[in-house]
Design a protein around this ligand. Structure first.
Ligand code: BJW
Ligand code: ZN
Length: 256
């Protein structure tokens, strides 16, 4: 796959003139770290049906199965490292206070990359679908960090709340659930004021995340998309880089 160098230059020109930028990332940015995407050829959900696992109803019906899937994904993520695209974005964030990163990913790789180069600014890293490494109590709502392996061999071995004994669940956003208003609100605020929205590695089919790019466009900003495939956003993009995140992100962001 060859990305036209002229398209990269057009993207770099847009970013060089921008004062505020929102970056929206999806599973594709972590694909080259070895983490499967959701809907691709090798997608996670080819083996595990989304409707069975990423919904509150699924968890209520079969918490052991859902925990097994999340534990598997945690273990996988812990074996993987941020790639050159995560790294380049992290460096860019440290140097540009006008850049906000909204990620749909729950793998924590953006945070790890940013920690490698500086102190993470939580106001500019918005994990809009939550994280694999926190849990929330289904009874009292208490949230806490959680990285230990989960034994899903019986209902009793699943993790339970220290405060009330309730069943803990991954602190991620499932279908039909509301996103944290402060986090998604911050992302929409950034999208509205952005001169450019850079969209990396998302199929852009899940709402409200995909609307972040649309909002930037509607308020007069530009969209740069990086994805080997076209998406529903492609027709409204100003620059489409048809390549992988590792091939395109460093080329787009170096020395800006
Ligand atoms: C590469 C690459 C490489 C490959 N380099 N690229 C409006 C219209 C229609 C429906 C709705 C709507 N508003 C809400 C809905 C319903 C629903 C929804 O969007 N459904 C659609 C699917 C139709 N949305 C919701 O339910 C949301 N909740 C909500 O709106 O609540 C409202 C409410 C308000 C008040 C009270 C109650 C409710 C919640 C959505 C939560 C999504 N959750 C998941 C799981 C998170 C936890 C987990 O990870 O387990 O989030 S679903 C899954 O999809 C996950 C992802 O973050 C998300 C997006 O996937 P992503 O990242 O785009 O991955 P893929 O695999 O789809 O795409 C990868 C891309 O990478 C591809 O394009 C490849 O080509 C590319 N790629 N290799 C660059 N190397
Ligand atoms: Zn509790």
């Amino acid at each position: 796959m060859n990305t036209d160098p002229l398209d990269i230059e057009r993207g770099r020109d847009l970013l060089a003139d921008a004062r505020s930028v929102i970056i929206l990332t999806g599973a594709g940015i972590s694909a080259e770290s070895g983490i499967p995407t959701f809907r691709g050829e090798e997608g996670l959900w080819r083996n595990f049906r989304a409707e069975e696992l990423a919904t509150p109803e699924a968890f209520a019906r079969d918490p052991r199965l859902v925990w097994e899937w999340y534990d598997l994904r945690r273990q996988k993520v812990l074996e993987c490292a941020p790639n050159a695209a995560h790294d380049r974005i992290a460096e860019w964030l440290t140097r540009n206070e006008g850049v906000v990163l909204a990620t749909q990913n729950v793998d924590g790789l953006h945070e790890r990359a940013w920690l490698d180069v500086g102190q993470v600014d939580g106001g500019r890293l918005l994990e809009i679908h939550g994280t694999l490494f926190r849990v929330r109590c289904t009874a009292c709502g208490r949230e806490s960090p959680h990285r230990e392996p989960v034994d899903s061999s019986s209902p009793d071995t699943l993790p339970h709340c220290e405060a009330c004994g309730g069943l803990l669940r991954p602190a991620v956003v499932w279908f039909g659930e509301a996103l944290d208003p402060a986090i998604i609100g911050g992302a929409f605020e950034a999208a509205e004021g952005a001169d450019v929205c850079v969209v990396v590695g998302t199929s852009a089919v899940v709402q409200p995340a995909a609307s972040l790019a649309t909002v930037t466009r509607e308020t007069g900003g530009r969209i740069i998309e990086i994805n080997p495939e076209s998406t529903p956003l492609t027709p409204i993009c100003d620059v489409s880089l048809r390549g992988t995140a590792v091939a395109c992100v460093p080329a787009l962001l170096s020395d800006i």
